[in-house]
Design a protein around this ligand. Structure first.
Ligand SMILES: [Zn+2]
Length: 125
C-alpha cells in the first residue's frame, strides 16, 4: 500500500473521486438537500465518509453550502501520511466529487419531481 494512497479506515483504497459512492438524501424543505459520500466497500463499518449540503434556487441553480469529510476518515489518513498531505488530497477529492461525480441534473430533476408530487397531493386534498 502506497503511503500516498488515501484509504478508508476499513482498508478500502481510495485513489480518486471514482472510488466513492453517493447517496442522495431527500429533505423536507424544497430548496435543497444533502448528499452522503460513502465508502465503496459493502462491509465497511464506517460507511459514511463525508457529505455535501446544497441549495437549489428558483432558477434551478445549485449552490454548494458545505462539503466535508468526517473526522475519523481524515484522522485515519493524517496519521498514515501527513495531515497537510491528507487535507490537500481530500480537498481535491471533494472538488472532483462535486464537479465530476454528482449528477446535478438528476438531483435537480428528482427535486422537481417531488415538488410536483407534493403539489398534486395538495390539489386533491
Ligand atoms: Zn470503508
Amino acid at each position: 500500500m502506497s503511503e500516498n494512497t488515501i484509504q478508508c479506515p476499513c482498508g478500502q483504497p481510495i485513489h480518486d473521486y471514482t472510488d466513492y459512492l453517493l447517496l442522495y438524501l431527500k429533505k423536507d424543505s424544497d430548496e435543497g438537500g444533502e448528499i452522503d459520500i460513502l465508502c465503496r466497500n459493502d462491509y465497511c463499518y464506517l460507511r459514511e465518509l463525508g457529505y455535501l449540503k446544497f441549495t437549489i434556487d428558483k432558477a434551478r441553480k445549485v449552490t454548494l453550502e458545505k462539503g466535508k469529510f468526517y473526522a475519523p476518515y481524515v484522522t485515519w489518513n493524517a496519521t498514515r501520511m501527513s495531515e497537510a498531505r491528507t487535507v490537500e488530497i481530500l480537498k481535491i477529492h471533494l472538488v472532483d466529487i462535486t464537479e465530476k461525480l454528482v449528477q446535478w441534473e438528476k438531483v435537480i430533476r428528482g427535486i422537481d419531481k417531488e415538488k410536483k408530487a407534493l403539489s398534486s397531493e395538495e390539489a386533491t386534498a
